[in-house]
Design a protein around this ligand. Structure first.
Ligand SMILES: *Cc1c(COP(=O)(O)O)cnc(C)c1O
Length: 427
């Protein structure tokens, strides 16, 4: 039964057998009535708890958890995490503006990643005084040095090295092989650190690595850090003392609803990193995105039609690929459950949106508990790369977002209006 997919690893459950799916004590039916659909609903409590798992696992070591803003950049979520001591991993000037808007006091805990930073973005980050730039090429380091000198602001940097380790994940989100566009060949790093040592405007702060996303096994993280730690030790012998190792993000979750113990996952992951770090006295930075927010989120949609075409049954919802593109983009699996259960046997259906693309689907040939037009369904594990990758395709206003904190729901982003969508245009 699909309903068994809801495990304690998700904050959504049926308080009583006959009641509606709820986030804590807050019924998704009530939220849909109040705020309309499609609607993103997040559990603040779960996000905070997930952050706590990392902080607890690393309590014996100097560390900083830099939440990867791109996973879900809602200001309210940034504020929530900043208040609990999190830093941030950003990949654009826009994401820095978000951190400044949500939690200006956390700017000193920001690291700036990304393969193509513009001069304007570098200047913005230098002026703001971020913790460090994760630099992805020699040319970028030269640009950073030039801007630092121009603005008379010393820049701390970490080279993002490419450790050439294979991580078993979707090819679109694997980043740690030499053939990928990311990072600097680890064999070149020593020479680049050495040549940067003579420049007053840049300070070698650390080294960073990020091997990809939705990686389920701890082994590749350990393998990457082993290579990084070897580099750090070699640099130390040459008098270049790095203060931090940034292990990146990428720890995966279980989208299929099997048994999933988040605390055990984090323990296994941090143990693999700690083991590889042996002898390193500096600070450990982590950049988890998905792991903190994915399972905290559900997308609530209303069933518009149940339609039969030949042998197939299509459940058409008012949410579409513009609201959640992961199934279309990565063939991603999301559990889908009725908000209120109906009696009857599951049927094999396609769950699709109204957008004019065959790629506009959430599930294909999926056994779904019975639903009728007007019913609500919840797509689970959508807190990461859901709203963050949404668009206005088909001129569809983006969903509203609600954050539930200690059983109290709060609208954190209102539904877009047509006026919002048309505002930038010049007819
Ligand atoms: C995307 C990204 C992350 C976060 O990845 P998750 O899989 O969401 O944990 C961390 N660091 C960098 C550099 C990234 O590009």
């Amino acid at each position: 039964m699909p309903s068994t997919a809801i495990r304690p690893s998700r904050p959504f459950h049926h308080p009583q057998p006959g009641s509606a799916l709820s986030c804590g004590k807050v019924s998704l039916e009530t939220l849909a009535r109040r705020y309309g659909t499609p609607l993103y609903v997040y559990s603040a409590d779960q996000i905070v708890a997930r952050l706590g798992l990392f902080q607890h696992a690393l309590h014996g070591r100097d560390h900083l958890v830099c939440y990867a803003v791109k996973a879900n950049s809602a200001l309210a979520i940034l504020k929530l995490l900043a208040a609990r001591g999190a830093g941030f991993d950003i990949v654009s000037g826009g994401e820095l503006e978000r951190v400044i808007a949500a939690a200006p006091e956390a700017v000193g805990r920001v690291v700036f990643s990304g393969v193509g930073k513009t001069t304007a973005e570098i200047d913005l980050a230098l002026e703001a005084g971020i913790l460090a730039f994760n630099v992805e090429s020699e040319a970028e380091l030269a640009l950073l040095a030039a801007r630092a000198r121009k603005l008379k602001r010393k820049a701390r940097f970490a080279l993002r090295v490419n450790p050439d380790v294979f991580a078993d994940t979707h090819p679109y989100i694997s980043t740690g092989l030499r053939e990928h566009k990311f990072g600097i060949d680890i064999r070149q790093a020593h020479r680049i650190y050495a040549s940067a040592a003579g420049n007053h405007w840049i300070e070698a702060h650390g080294v960073s690595v990020h091997i990809g996303s939705q990686i389920r096994s701890a082994a590749p993280f350990g393998a990457a850090i082993e290579r990084v730690q070897k580099l750090v030790a070699e640099l130390r012998r040459d008098g270049i003392q790095l203060q931090s190792i940034d292990a990146g993000g990428g720890l995966g979750i279980d989208y299929h609803g099997g048994a999933f113990d988040a605390a055990a996952k984090v323990a296994e992951y941090t143990a693999a990193i700690e083991k590889a770090l042996a002898g390193f006295e500096g600070r450990l930075l982590l950049e988890p995105g998905r792991f903190l927010v994915a399972q905290a989120g559900a997308l609530v949609a209303r069933v518009l039609q149940v339609k039969r075409n030949g042998k197939k049954t299509f459940v058409i919802t008012d949410a579409a690929m513009n609201d959640l593109i992961r199934p279309a983009l990565y063939q991603a699996h999301h559990e889908i459950v009725p908000v209120r259960r109906r009696p009857g046997r599951p049927r094999t259906v396609d769950v699709v949106g109204p957008v004019c693309e065959t790629g506009d689907f959430f599930a294909r040939d999926r056994k779904l508990a019975p639903v009728e037009p007007g019913d609500l369904v919840a797509l689970l594990d959508v807190g990461a790369y859901g709203m963050a990758q949404s668009s206005n395709y088909n001129t569809r206003p983006r969903p509203a977002e609600v954050l539930v904190e200690k059983n109290s729901p709060r609208l954190i982003r209102r539904r877009e209006t047509m006026a919002d969508l048309l505002a930038p245009e010049i007819p």
